[in-house]
Design a protein around this ligand. Sequence first.
Ligand code: GCV
Length: 843
Amino acid sequence: MKRLVPTIAFTAFLAAYAPSEPLRAETGAEAWLRYARLDAHASRQYENLPAIVVMFGDSALLNSSRDELVRGIRGILGKTPRISRRLSHEPAIVLGTLPAIQKAFPELRSPQNLAADGYWLTTIRIHGCDSFIITASRDRGVLYGVFAFFSKIARGESVKNLDESQQPYAAIRWVDQWDNLDGRIERGYAGRSIFFENGAVRADLSRIADYARILASVGINGCTINNVNADAHLLDDDHLPQLVRVANVFRPWGIQLSISVDLSSPKIIGGLDTFDPFDPRVVEWWRKKSDQIYSAIPGFGGFVVKADSEGRLGPSAYNRTHADAANVIARALKPHNGVVFYRAFVYNHHLDWRDPKNDRARAAYDNFHPLDGKFEDNVIIQIKHGPIDFQAREPVSTLFTGLERTNEAIELQVTQEYTGQQRHLCFLIPMWKEVLDFDLLVNGASLPVKDLVAGKTFHRPMGGFVAVVNVGLDENWLGHPLAMANLYGYARLAWNPNLTAREIADEWTSLTFGPNPNVVSTISSALLSSWNTYESYTGPLGMQTLTDILGSHYGPGIESSEENGWGQWHRADQKGVGMDRTVRTGTGYAGQYPPLLAKIYESLDTTPDELLLFFHHVPYTYILHSGKTVVQHIYDSHYEGADRAANYVRQWESLKGLIDDDRYGATLSRLEYQSGHAIVWRDAICEYFLRLTGISDAKGRVGHHPNRTEAESMQLTGYKSVSVTPWENASGGKAVECPPPQQTCSAQLTFEGTSGMYELDVQYFDQNNGESRFRIFVNNEVVDEWTANLQLPATTIGGDSSTRRSITNISLHHGDEIRIEGIPDREERAALDYAEIISRQQR
Ligand code: GCV
């Protein structure tokens, strides 16, 4: 009998989470702040939560805190608490700063000094009743405390005997948006800007207010709203009242507004004939501009500067240094407590690729290390986490240890520019954890990146975290229903980088989809493996994302990074692959690391496999620590990665009924798409290296597709065969297109396998300049039809547009005629690559 107890308890536990009624449709707009009603069982533990909210003090932030408290209790528990300014003899939830509450209760002592933005949640007996206290040293901390309180309740954590204080790891916890004034977002994948349209701030600021609340809920305290490739006009007099409106929406949520500025603004909009930071007129221009902004926007955050980078003007125009440029602005901001985020993303994009000593990876350190100590105290050097540019994997930037007397902040990228653009699931927290925990080991002392950027190591007055987010007008903010996990996780790491990736994944999933343990563990596991999966089918061994770096940064584009000035080379030729960055024979980049690490990366023996090709050029037959050759690893990892992507679909399908249909369906279709696109990646890279090296896959997969029929070898009516460039982005290097004046084309094949149940996959091309339609017939009976309208970043056929349609469980008989009919639309020619027929056993 005893053995049955846990079983019964467990069944009851699961039953408590099983949805008893249909789940309400959700768009994802509420992100992790759903405040979804707990069922009777789960809400029982909160039934003694006080019915009165007492607030001490008065400010926009405190009002947000109070309103949030009411909203949360109403949503989660279905009760509406009363608001009072005074304590009575009833239990209450008490809100306010510590000094304000202590005026009423001098006996209340905080457990330790609360840092700015820290909070304390506790329970005390007041007038004989148990009350909750949500307090902080400042108003903003009170707001953070309220959100933390609800995070616990929404996840079903007990708040009984609550006594918890938290301090943020760093003062700077910012997000950047790369929004243009015309409403487009550079590297944004979720619709147009929530901030701008037609050259001005939007009339409707409601999405901005929602965004500010979401950011505040996880402790973000600043937001730069425009592209670092800045339009100088945002600084002009016409735009200032518009910025005031945004700042007013941000302020109640404790978000400081900042903007990116163009260093040449004094010339472009200031009417000067120079922007030389040493020219007194330029100094005066920045001073006046700052005074003008601060008189209109109290609490304005400051400016972000991208200079001498990717075509932006910079101090080199006058032979000045980056410190000169940063300081002229910083001095103007200093009296107002404003800061300059000066980006270390400075490199020459016209590098001579023929010179084996040239290396873009060196640039940040080479440019900024010599300037250490020359920056004003309100300058923060904003450093991308790796030396190149948000690739699927890079080592940590050498500049983190290159600045001891200068503030720094790490720049991460939530918007998945090189990691699948929110069409692929890629939870980046495990990557960022690796970076933040990475120990740069100086003189035997531990020096993790998180401490360097937070200013702890060298006792800098400022420092912290910045992420490029690029939310858009899409209802769910980032496009993929699971992508907001990256924004949540970024913010949680900025608050506390010691959280584990699993803790963050579990928290986010539970808040976003509810606390059902089955849902949480399934989604968390997929999240946690997804970066590794993405890396394995896009660019393993530190080769970087082998994408089209000259275009979309999305689909495969292996050679696009070679033989040009952009410096994202992986130097693959017939004999070997990888960048030699050693000191002995290469670019010397490895020598920018502190000695212990430099030694590790200098040697082939000690360089970890996952970074091998970032640091070394080796033959394809080089044996990795894993025991595999480089080329076999490339093949295997791509096949394993594509298999894992396919598994995400099956794992997700196991959640049907446990998640509302809208989010379930939206996620499923993205995962299905990813699973098909992972095969495009797999085949492009594997076939490319097979042809380049002439070394076949030990497992016989690469170049052999026994279930595949190329479209060009089907019986074609109207369709014409075309070559695809680069060749590896289409199976066999060719596709078929339905050219004008054809209105309908078809491609037909005869099924020659044994009768049974199959999966029929059709690989077609979905461009964004037309919406072709497709129909599949088996013996003249329609078995599937769809429109190619995924809005992929592609106007031509190739790796960006290649898409898979899968018809699972189709019954086929030997001799069946399968016909694919394509109806082109505008510039899209209903192009097809191949069909694949896979038996159940092979799946
Ligand atoms: C905003 C990469 C991106 C650019 C981006 C740049 C940067 O090069 O492709 O779109 O520009 O980084 O971070 O400044």
